[in-house]
Design a protein. Structure first.
Lengths: 291, 415
């Protein structure tokens, strides 16, 4: 195959756009797993839930799915708060968060999937939006808006979360709870409350990422399971608890996938992506931006 | 002594008769796995509805062999790993009388070793060349791929391609990393060799791919005349979208996309399908060739809409029903559930079904291929109604069903 400039630059663009989507799907895990030590394996299930909520509102009222998801993110926030409360009382408080907590979240994932199947059936669903089937062409470069819009909103979301964590009192409390809960308690801050609100934030990002997903591709209830490996890989590669690391790791994996698919063969893409993960961890076990 | 002997004889006869009555009152159980969740669940649920309609119809006519028919099924989750366990349970725990397959190559193949071990008739639903390596003489397939499915499956696409003027010279082959696409691409390579075409791209992709545009761009960079794609529903949608976004230029594109045969993807993709070549089991354009199909479709569509499943029912449902009709006719003709006699009958005789006459070749596949190669055109909106009547599909192959010629190139016929 002849490697043209157009092919090269389009592969870069495709990789970055895909990375933006991966960052949105993974940033919630960076918070819940990376900072709070909550192995929320049900996170992709909430992404799919977000997809279906976007689908319902879009199909009934015609509103843009991403706007719907942002508007309804407080609902996911409340859901996250309730879920963490149950998790804390049943497992974390009793010191049983490791295995039993994991089983709890697996259960949540499957319950979410089954409920969606019962309510919506198993057919693939998609949404209509003014940009989903439009591609901007600048010379030889293609910018499918189906990926560009989620990319832009994702970057804004991730940067916003990073600024929130580093420039607000509550954000710094979240970073502190990840470092030393006892010290935080001694400073008069309730770490459980902080974790609850941070977990809720992670779930609300899942709802927004769900809208991105259903704009990018058709969705059916069991598709969430396919993202479990990816979200934890991005979180670990980026460095536990690092939002910038998550963003960079997502771009790295997106670019790896795009380049491999374009120039070597798409079958190799997962091997290259996870090979990069292993290589990075071999030389830098804490991840790209981990401490 | 003589009196005692007579009493024993009479008692034995009464007990035997009672056992016969008990058996006759037990339902005739037909067991199978079916994709009720997972990527192929849309089709699996549609097939299940058809089979349930068949069971109701048969029971309304008095059942089979004087016994009420009962379907016993489990969700295989479109996951091949679940299949051996499901069929072992059906046979050893549920004690079903007959088995049929689930939907699709991926879940039919894992059941084959067990069927061969137990010497069971295995009527199967839309698997591509599953029996090619097993060569099991009690395997039967309701998908009308033809006696050499590995090659017949892709014949329509390549025969149509060779009607182009000038003839194409290069081809790109692409498909998902899964059983069906692998088999379809094997068949495509056989045609490529036979026709002297040059392969400029031949790769597969992981089914979980999110963005297909790098793949389509890589294909475009090789400038193929033909692009043959073998894919499952999520990647069918992804590749069609990517082809439109990238502006894929080829004389013909498509061939083996699973998914565009049923309502969900037809409505979701709508105008994006224009110009594409693909296979279909039934389209309204050939309605006159299948006169009794309307009766079944009316019954199916009413149920499907209520259950939130493919409301068109043009792809799997008629064949799922026909599969059960074949079994029904064989059992009635043979008069028993003897697997050897059933198999022998099914190899010998022709069956009259909603999808027309069905006759099996020695390997259990259809003696004459009947899968339609079509080109989509004139779709303006993402709606279901246009697909329900003739006007948006040209049947290109086989000649018996042909309604027009291919319009090429693909990128100039996307209207």
């Amino acid at each position: 195959m002849e490697i043209s400039t157009a092919l090269l630059f389009n592969a870069i663009i495709a990789g970055l756009l895909l990375g933006g989507f991966y960052a949105a799907v993974s940033v919630g895990i960076s918070i819940s797993f990376g900072m709070l030590d909550v192995v929320n394996i049900a996170h992709p299930g909430f992404v799919i839930l977000g997809s279906y909520i976007a689908y319902i509102v879009n199909s009934r009222y015609g509103f843009d799915p991403i706007l719907v998801a942002v508007a309804l993110s407080p609902l996911f926030f409340l859901l996250g708060m309730a879920l963490y409360r149950v998790y804390y009382l049943c497992f974390e408080q009793r010191g049983q968060e490791s295995l039993r907590g994991l089983a709890f979240f697996f259960g949540i994932l499957f319950i979410t999937e089954v409920v969606l199947i019962l309510v919506f059936g198993v057919d693939y669903r998609t949404v209509k939006s003014v940009y989903a089937e439009t591609t901007l062409r600048l010379g030889v470069l293609d910018f499918p808006l189906r990926l560009v819009v989620p990319f832009l909103v994702s970057v804004v979301m991730v940067v916003g979360i990073q600024l929130f964590l580093t420039h607000t009192f509550f954000g710094r409390a979240v970073l502190a709870v990840a470092q030393d809960q006892l010290a935080l308690r001694l400073m008069g801050v309730n770490p459980v409350r902080v974790k609850q609100l941070a977990f809720a934030l992670s779930i609300s990002t899942a709802g927004i990422a769900g809208a991105f997903l259903i704009v990018i591709q058709p969705v059916e209830p069991s598709i969430g399971r396919e993202y479990i490996g990816l979200v934890f890989a991005v979180c670990v590669l980026g460095g536990m608890g690092s939002i910038w690391g998550t963003l960079l790791a997502a771009f790295v994996l997106g670019l790896a996938e795009s380049f491999t698919s374009t120039f070597f063969g798409p079958s190799w893409a997962p091997a290259v992506s996870f090979g990069l993960l292993l290589l990075t961890l071999a030389f830098r076990p804490s991840g790209l931006f981990g401490r | 002594m003589k009196i005692i002997g007579t009493v024993v004889k009479w008692l034995g006869a009464v007990l035997l008769a009672a056992a016969g009555v008990a058996t006759a009152q037990q339902p005739l159980k037909i067991g199978f796995g079916m994709s009720l969740t997972g990527p192929l669940a849309g089709n699996g649920k549609a097939a299940l509805i058809s089979m349930q309609i068949w069971a109701e119809d048969v029971n309304a006519r008095g059942g089979l062999l004087g016994r009420k028919v009962e379907l016993v099924y489990y969700d295989d989750q479109t996951n091949p790993a679940t299949v051996p366990g499901i069929y072992t349970k059906l046979l050893d725990v549920d004690k079903v009388d007959l088995v049929v397959s689930g939907y699709g190559t991926n879940v039919i193949a894992p059941a084959m070793p067990l069927m061969m071990q137990r010497k069971l008739v295995f009527m199967s639903l839309f698997g591509l060349n599953v029996n090619g390596k097993f060569k099991y003489d009690r395997y039967f397939q309701i998908m009308p791929a033809g006696p050499d499915p590995a090659v017949d499956w892709t014949r329509g696409f390549f025969e149509t391609a060779m009607t182009l003027n000038p003839k194409p010279r290069t081809v790109a082959l692409v498909g998902a990393d899964a059983e069906y696409p692998h088999l379809a691409l094997e068949g495509a390579r056989a045609h490529v060799k036979r026709l002297g075409l040059k392969v400029v791209y031949d790769k597969t992709y992981p089914p979980k791919t999110v963005d297909y545009s790098p793949i389509v761009r890589a294909i475009q960079a090789t400038n193929p005349d033909l692009v043959y794609l073998a894919s499952y529903p999520p990647d069918s949608a992804g590749m069609v979208r990517a082809a439109n976004e990238v502006g894929l230029k080829a004389r013909m594109f498509g061939g083996g996309l699973v998914g565009t045969q049923f309502a969900a993807l037809k409505t979701q993709l709508g105008p994006l399908l224009n110009g594409m070549i693909n296979y279909e089991a039934y389209v309204p354009e050939v309605n006159s060739k299948f006169p009794s199909l309307d009766q079944f479709l009316a019954k199916y569509q009413g149920r499907a809409i209520k259950e939130g499943v493919d409301p068109l029912g043009f792809y799997l449902p008629p064949y799922a029903y026909a599969m059960m009709q074949v079994l029904e006719q064989a059992i009635k003709a043979v008069g028993s559930l003897d697997q050897g006699k059933l198999s022998s009958y099914m190899h010998t005789f022709e069956f009259d079904t909603f999808v027309g006459k069905v006759r099996f070749a020695k390997n259990g596949e259809w003696a004459i291929p009947r899968m339609l190669t079509v080109q989509y055109h004139g779709i303006r909106a993402n709606e279901l109604e246009p697909w329900m009547k003739p006007g948006h599909v040209t049947v290109l192959y086989p000649n018996e069903y042909k309604t027009g010629s291919v319009k090429a190139p693909y990128h100039e016929n996307k209207k």
